[in-house]
Design a protein around this ligand. Structure first.
Ligand SMILES: NC(=O)c1ccc[n+]([C@@H]2O[C@H](COP(=O)([O-])OP(=O)(O)OC[C@H]3O[C@@H](n4cnc5c(N)ncnc54)[C@H](OP(=O)(O)O)[C@@H]3O)[C@@H](O)[C@H]2O)c1
Length: 221
């Protein structure tokens, strides 16, 4: 009997620093990856860069819609400013898929990072779930800076707090996170907690500016 082929993890917006960082770390962990972009050439370039950094990695590039179609789990790694547009376009068929939301609705004003209002209220995670009711949205990685993800010479450490309304999806994302050495998944339960994960990122970004740091978090139980 033929062994089942593992479906890749797609990263929509995977040409940006956060998406590439996640692709690099999951590629090191041996996950097949498809990097998505609005422009195929950019996706192919990003995939080639990940393969160059992680020899032997199973990483390909595709336009976002094709990347999503081939994947079981999808990371949505686009800027908040483009989120409404990409959700409204309806080209990403995400029904039944686990959607890992890493989006943080923040902006800097006069050197201070603040949360932006989310259309419909709540968090970016809840906005995505409202737009995609049949997707299994799990917010995660919101407190992990791209600079840390991308620097493969330095091990990751700390916690990835995740939340979502589908317990089985949360467990699957926790299992994915467990593949990244030294990172721990902390299950926060309901997706409404994404509001606080996003607010925490605003604080971390202000700390980064003040202390010239790349902060992330650990939860002490
Ligand atoms: N950077 C961090 O340290 C960090 C940490 C935690 C969470 N996050 C969150 O992760 C997400 C990605 O962060 P990033 O820094 O990688 O963002 P980014 O560089 O601004 O954008 C990522 C990619 O999204 C695509 N994109 C841009 N505008 C778009 C639009 N209007 N519609 C659809 N796609 C668009 C672009 O890819 P193409 O042009 O190739 O399509 C771009 O390369 C953000 O929501 C951010 O808040 C970032």
């Amino acid at each position: 009997m033929l062994a089942a082929v593992k479906r890749p993890l797609a990263v929509v917006g995977g040409t940006g620093p956060e998406g590439i960082g996640l692709a690099l770390r999951f590629a090191v962990a041996g996950e097949p990856i498809v990097i998505g972009s609005r422009v195929l050439a950019r996706a192919l370039d990003a995939a080639a860069a990940v393969r160059a950094a992680v020899p032997g990695a199973d990483v390909h590039g595709a336009e976002n819609a094709d990347a999503v179609a081939s994947a079981g789990t999808v990371v949505l790694s686009v800027p908040f400013s483009g989120l409404a547009e990409i959700l409204a376009a309806g080209r990403l068929v995400l029904d039944g898929k686990i959607v890992i939301d890493v989006v943080v609705p923040v902006a800097f004003r006069d050197g201070f990072c603040e949360l932006l209002p989310v259309p419909g209220g709540g968090s970016a995670g809840e906005m995505i779930q409202r737009a995609l009711p049949a997707a299994r949205v799990v917010s995660a990685f919101k407190n992990l800076p791209a600079e840390r993800l991308r620097d493969l010479a330095v091990p990751l450490e700390g916690d990835v707090v995740l939340c979502g309304n589908d317990a089985a999806a949360r467990a699957e994302v926790a299992a994915l996170i467990a593949r990244l050495p030294r990172l721990r998944a902390v299950d926060a339960g309901a997706l409404a907690n994404a509001r606080y994960l996003e607010a925490l990122t605003a604080l971390l970004l202000n700390l980064n500016r003040r202390h010239r740091a790349k902060t992330s978090i650990a939860i002490l139980f």
